[in-house]
Write a protein that binds this ligand. Structure first.
Ligand SMILES: C[S@@+](CC[C@H](N)C(=O)[O-])C[C@H]1O[C@@H](n2cnc3c(N)ncnc32)[C@H](O)[C@@H]1O
Length: 217
């Protein structure tokens, strides 16, 4: 699956400003990751970020949270510039168990060796795929998320209109809603679900989703 014709490196620029809708959303995601780690079982944990971008959400929490050293993380990101950013950012931390793969997070095979995960981030994914692909992806999360594990996802822009459909799909797939935070103007949301199902063995077969083409920014 080739990368869409869009500048996904520049997409992260609002995170560097002082206070933007994006920094507000990011703060909520960081809090949700921290809360998930607070209640995670003892021992080693696996975290996977699908379409990780620059991992502005996960990396700061791994650095600062007491459970950070217990986590084996996989960051799946297709854009080579963002992957370089990730390598650079990781180089200035003491984290030693974070893998960056330049791969298609829409391919089930890209999750090899890191699932089922106790924590799965799908931040920004449902903003870029259609409802049918979202439903299909969610129906396969029982392969990617460990029982009692958490999924954190965000959406924004026009795709917030799909939120009801996405929430229904999570419920149908045995994920219990733990928290749901909307922006005051409803321009984004951050949701956390716990997997209450039994799980299914991961299969490396098939496509979960593909991003819609976007205009070049
Ligand atoms: C909307 S951004 C979200 C980034 C990050 N998760 C966040 O919320 O800050 C989407 C990211 O997915 C990456 N991407 C797009 N298609 C992808 C694919 N098929 N597999 C992996 N990454 C992809 C883009 O390069 C971009 O960095």
């Amino acid at each position: 699956m080739p990368l869409t014709n869009y500048d996904w490196y520049a997409w992260h620029a609002p995170y560097d400003q002082l206070r933007t809708p994006e920094t507000d959303r990011l703060e909520q995601v960081q809090e949700a990751i921290s809360a998930a780690l607070d209640t995670a079982p003892p021992g080693r944990l696996t975290a996977v970020s699908a379409c990780a971008g620059q991992a502005r959400d996960l990396l700061p929490v791994l650095i600062s949270h007491p459970r950070g050293p217990d986590i084996d993380a996989l960051l799946i990101e297709l854009d080579p510039l963002n992957a370089s950013f990730l390598h650079g950012a990781l180089g200035s931390t003491a984290l030693t168990s974070v893998d960056v793969v330049v791969a298609d997070a829409g391919a089930a095979a890209s999750y090899a060796g890191h699932v089922p995960a106790e924590l799965l981030l799908m931040c920004g994914v449902f903003a870029n795929i259609d409802r049918k692909a979202a439903r299909h992806t969610i129906s396969r999360l029982n392969e990617l998320v460990a029982p009692a594990g958490s999924v954190i996802w965000t959406t924004y822009g026009g795709s917030v209109g799909d939120a009801g459909d996405v929430l229904t799909a999570f419920a149908a797939a045995e994920f219990t809603l733990v928290s749901l935070v909307w922006a005051a103007d409803r321009s984004w949301l951050v949701a956390v679900h716990r997997f209450d199902g039994a799980g299914r063995p991961w299969s490396d077969d098939g496509v979960l989703f593909a991003f819609r083409p976007l205009a070049e920014s």
